[in-house]
Ligand binder design. Structure first.
Ligand code: C5P
Length: 232
C-alpha cells in the first residue's frame, strides 16, 4: 500500500461529519474515526462512511486483557474497517490476541497499528506517573519492536520518530504520523509538527491530518494540497 493522507474526522455528530464529507465529490479520502464520534454515533457511522466509499482508520486505542481485546477486535473487523489500533503497553500477548481476533475467516484483516507512548506523555510524566525511568525515545522504540514481534503492521508516532522507527523495525513497518501542518498554517495545540512534504521526506507512510483540513475555508483544496505534497 502506498502513502496516503488520512483525515481526522474529529466531529461530535454524524450530521457534522456528513456535512463535511459531502464536500468531497471527487476522490474519497481515507478518514479516521476516533472515540468521540464512535461513542456518539456507534457502529452505524462506520458502516455509513464505508458505504460512501471511504477507507476507515478506526482509532479506538484498545487496552485490556488479551481475551477481551481479541473478542473486541473480532467485532471491529466485522465492521470492515481498513485500519485500527491499540496500546502497545497492553503487552505482546494482548497484541497477538488482537491480531487473532482481527483476522477474518478468509484470512484477510484490517491493518493493526500500535500506539507507543502518547505524544501528550513526556519524559517527566512517564517517570512520575508510570514509573518508567528509561529515556522516552528508547521506550517508544522498544514498544515499536514489541509491536513488530507480535506481528503488527506499524505504529502511530510523531513524524520526527518515523525515520528511527523504520531503522529499528524495517522499512516495511508502517508509520502513521499526526502532528502535520502546512508551512504557512496555524500550529494550534500541536507541539512538534512537520509539513506534509517533510513527513514524506522522512518516510512517513500515512499522515493523519485534522484541523488543517477540517477547519480550512476550503477543505477539499486543503486535502488536495496535502495529497500533492505528500503522495505525488
Ligand atoms: O487537528 P490535528 O491535525 O491536530 O489532528 C490530529 C489528529 O491525530 C487528532 O485526531 C489527534 O487526536 C490525533 N493524534 C495526535 N497525536 C497523537 C495521536 C493521535 O494528534 N500522538
Amino acid at each position: 500500500m502506498g502513502r496516503d493522507v488520512i483525515i481526522a474526522c474529529d466531529f461530535a455528530s454524524a450530521e457534522k461529519t456528513f456535512e463535511f464529507l459531502d464536500k468531497f465529490t471527487g476522490r474519497k479520502p481515507f478518514v479516521k474515526i476516533g472515540m468521540e464520534l464512535f461513542y456518539a454515533e456507534g457502529p452505524a457511522i462506520v458502516k455509513e462512511i464505508k458505504k460512501r466509499g471511504h477507507k476507515i482508520f478506526l482509532d479506538l486505542k484498545l487496552h485490556d486483557i488479551p481475551n477481551t481485546v481479541k473478542k473486541s477486535m473480532a467485532v471491529l473487523s466485522g465492521l470492515d474497517v481498513d485500519m485500527t489500533n491499540l496500546h502497545a503497553a497492553g503487552t505482546k500477548r494482548m497484541m497477538e490476541g488482537a491480531l487473532e481476533g482481527l483476522t477474518r475467516p478468509d484470512g484477510t484483516r484490517p491493518l493493526l497499528i500500535a500506539v507507543t507512548q502518547l505524544t501528550s506523555t513526556d519524559q517527566e510524566t512517564m517517570e512520575a506517573d508510570l514509573l518508567i525511568k528509561e529515556p522516552i525515545d528508547k521506550v517508544v522504540m522498544h514498544y515499536a519492536s514489541n509491536a513488530k514481534d507480535a506481528g503488527l503492521d506499524g505504529v502511530v508516532c510523531s513524524p520526527l520518530e518515523a525515520g528511527k522507527v523504520h531503522e529499528t523495525c524495517g522499512e516495511k513497518f508502517l508509520t502513521v504520523t499526526p502532528g502535520v501542518r502546512f508551512a504557512d498554517g496555524d500550529i494550534g495545540d500541536q507541539k512538534r509538527v512537520m509539513t506534509p512534504a517533510e513527513a514524506k521526506k522522512i518516510g512517513s507512510d500515512y499522515i493523519v491530518v485534522g484541523r488543517p483540513i477540517t477547519a480550512a475555508d476550503d477543505p477539499v483544496a486543503a486535502y488536495e494540497r496535502c495529497i500533492a505534497e505528500f503522495c505525488d
